[in-house]
Ligand binder design. Sequence first.
Ligand code: DP6
Length: 317
Amino acid sequence: MQICARAHPNIALIKYWGKSDLATNLPSAGSLSVTLDTFTTETTVEEAASDQLLLNGEPGGGQADRVFRWLDACLTQRPPLHIDTRNNFPTAAGLASSASGFAALAVAVDALLELGMSDAQLSVLARRGSGSAARSIFGGFVRLDLGTDSNSTVAAPLLDAAQWPLEVVIAVTQSGPKETSSGEGMERSRKTSPLYQAWTECVAADLETARAAIEQRDFAALAAVSEASFLAMHAVMISSRPGLLYMKPASLAAIQRVRELRRDGLAAFCTMDAGPQVKVICLPESADDVAAALRELPGVVELHRVGLGRGAHLVPA
Ligand code: DP6
């Protein structure tokens, strides 16, 4: 029997950067995100003679070890699995392929092995594979709160995509895999950044501000707190030793341009993750002008426009 699941990446507005427990991949603070449409991971699983993972048609290498170690840590008993996972967008380039990847896998494995997990349990399972994947179980606006332990640190939906249909313009400033993985970067920050403690302490207040802004559809308030969160995360990255410089000159140029556009009255703000791409969150009426302005910037090599989408789900194999 083959089971296929589909999931979309998500973009954090209030960022996750740092873990308090490596064994259960427990984040040291909460986070909040929007799930995208258009960018898709599709993962097919079936029982097999031995474990095998194909990533975009090629043997998964280091990713395969990571995936099977995760499954062994989370499931008491499982058969060997053949996993075939494909992304229709660049893998490991700061476009959150691990989020959609682990979310799709969690849903597919749960169905194949008939584990009957709830959405919350799927979110915990996905989180143990990749922290951001906990959020891709759900669509629209999603919040992840710290619980008292691993099993209660779980994402939950805030609003469906249709309840506030924002658009996202993604300026790719450099394609190809990122220099330092998120997991490795976070550990470096936790161990060496003098800003790390202050960073984890400020997330709870930012989460509340963002949650209220979303509830009230207050774009300006969401813009202010989201921009502050990504800049603070990059301050932690840069202040790690040695410093993690994910921003490129073209990323900075895009951020400056979007700030100018906002001063001129457009509803748009930037966020960035552990890579050089700039994601611009827009009200739909501002997205055309934002895309046109970014297309003109030297150093922007590719532009994508996506909307908000739904959570991970099964599709016919
Ligand atoms: C910068 O979820 O990739 O995108 O748990 O080690 O797999 P692991 O980390 P990951 O980190 C995402 C970091 C981020 C911010 C975010 O998505 O919240």
